[in-house]
Design a protein around this ligand. Structure first.
Ligand SMILES: [Zn+2]
Length: 333
C-alpha cells in the first residue's frame, strides 16, 4: 500500500520543481477517474475530500472509496487529504477515518465564512499540528483569504497573504505546507478582468519560508467546458474565468507545489451528462452518462498531470509509512 503523507509528496515535488494536483472527490466515478489518470501517467496524487463531501457520502462511503483507491494502486503514492478542516474536531474525525493529511483553515472562523484573527489562526493550527503529527499525519494551514466561495467555504473577500506574517506563522505553528492567497478564488468566477496573480507576493513568500506552498482556487475554468455546459441547456453566466495553465506553470516555477482543482472536474462532469441527455434522450441507464463523465474527467486530469509536470514521478521515491512519519515528527519535538 502506498498511502503517504502530503509532506512526502510535496517535498519531493518541491525538490524536483514540479506541481501536484489535489483533486476533490465526492463519489466513486471521480475517485476512479483520478486514479486511472494517475496510473496512466505514473503520477503521485492527492485525493481530497471537503467536509461537504464527507457529509454528502455519510463519511464511511467516501472513506471506503478512498481506501479502495490506495489498495487498487499499490505503485502510486497516494495522499488522502481533508480539505478545509474548520476545527480540531473535524480534523480528529478525518484522521480517525484514516486520512494521511489534513488542512486546518484557521484563516476563517469555525463557520468557514468569517475572517479570523492571526492569533485565532495560530491557536487552532497549533492544536491540529500537535494532534496530527502524533499520528504521522501532515498538516496544511492557510494565511490570507481567497475570493469566492465553494462548498460553503470562503469569506468572499480577497486578502493577500502578508509574506512576513507567513514566515512568522510557519515558525510558530510547525505546519508542513502553507496555503497562500495571491489573488485566486474558489468557484467558477475567479476574476473580473484578466487573470492576474500576485507573483511578486509569491516570490517574496518563497524567499521567506522553506515548506511547500499550496494554491487553492486554481481551476482553469476552460471556455470550451462552460460553452459545452451552456450549449446543452446549462446556464453558466458569462464571465466564468479561471487561472490559465500558463499562470499555474509560472506559479509552480516560483515555488507552488500543491494545486487544488475542483471546479474543472465539476464542469467536465456536468457538460458530459448534459450532452448525453440532450443527444440521447432515450438513455436511462446511469452508467451511460456517469461512465462517460468518468472517461471525460480522466482525460481532463491526465492533461493536468502532464501540464503540472507530475507525470512520470510515481516511482521516484519509496513511500514513507505514517508509522515512520510519526517517528520523524517525534524526533523533531
Ligand atoms: Zn480551498
Amino acid at each position: 500500500m502506498a498511502l503517504v503523507s502530503t509532506k512526502q509528496i510535496l517535498e519531493e515535488a518541491r525538490n524536483k520543481g514540479y506541481g501536484v494536483g489535489a483533486y476533490n472527490v465526492n463519489n466513486m466515478e471521480q475517485i476512479q477517474a483520478i486514479m486511472t489518470a494517475a496510473k496512466e501517467t505514473q503520477s503521485p496524487v492527492i485525493i481530497q475530500a471537503s467536509r461537504g463531501a464527507l457529509k454528502y457520502s455519510s463519511f464511511t462511503y467516501l472513506e471506503s472509496l478512498m481506501k479502495a483507491a490506495v489498495i487498487e494502486n499499490p505503485d502510486i503514492p497516494v495522499a488522502v487529504h481533508l480539505d478545509h478542516g474548520n476545527s480540531l474536531e473535524s480534523v480528529v474525525k478525518a484522521i480517525n477515518l484514516g486520512f494521511s493529511s489534513v488542512m486546518i483553515d484557521g484563516s476563517l472562523l469555525e463557520d468557514g465564512k468569517t475572517a479570523s484573527t492571526y492569533d485565532y489562526n495560530v491557536n487552532v493550527t497549533c492544536s491540529v499540528v500537535k494532534y496530527a503529527h502524533a499520528k504521522g499525519v501532515s498538516v496544511e494551514a492557510e494565511i490570507g483569504t481567497l475570493g469566492g466561495s465553494e462548498d460553503g467555504v470562503g469569506s468572499g473577500k480577497i486578502n493577500l497573504t502578508d509574506p512576513k506574517e507567513a514566515r512568522r506563522f510557519v515558525s510558530e505553528t510547525g505546519i508542513d505546507s502553507l496555503a497562500i492567497a495571491i489573488g485566486t478564488s474558489h468557484g467558477a468566477y475567479k476574476f473580473k478582468g484578466s487573470a492576474n496573480l500576485a507573483f511578486d507576493v509569491l516570490k517574496k513568500i518563497r524567499s521567506l519560508i522553506d515548506i511547500p506552498i499550496v494554491l487553492h482556487g486554481a481551476s482553469s475554468v476552460p471556455k470550451e467546458l462552460t460553452d459545452e455546459v451552456n450549449k446543452y441547456g446549462g446556464r453558466m453566466p458569462a464571465g466564468a474565468t479561471g487561472v490559465p495553465i500558463s499562470s499555474l506553470q509560472e506559479a509552480i516555477k516560483l515555488g507552488v507545489s500543491k494545486i487544488n482543482v475542483d471546479t474543472d472536474g465539476r464542469l467536465a462532469i456536468t457538460a458530459t451528462i448534459r450532452k448525453v441527455f440532450a443527444e440521447a434522450p432515450e438513455k436511462f441507464d446511469p452508467r451511460d452518462y456517469l461512465g462517460l463523465a468518468r472517461t471525460v474527467l480522466t482525460n481532463l486530469i491526465i492533461t493536468k498531470m502532464k501540464d503540472f509536470g507530475t507525470a512520470g514521478h510515481a516511482k521516484d521515491y519509496s513511500p514513507i509509512s505514517l508509522e515512520d512519519m510519526k517517528k520523524q515528527y517525534a524526533s523533531k519535538y
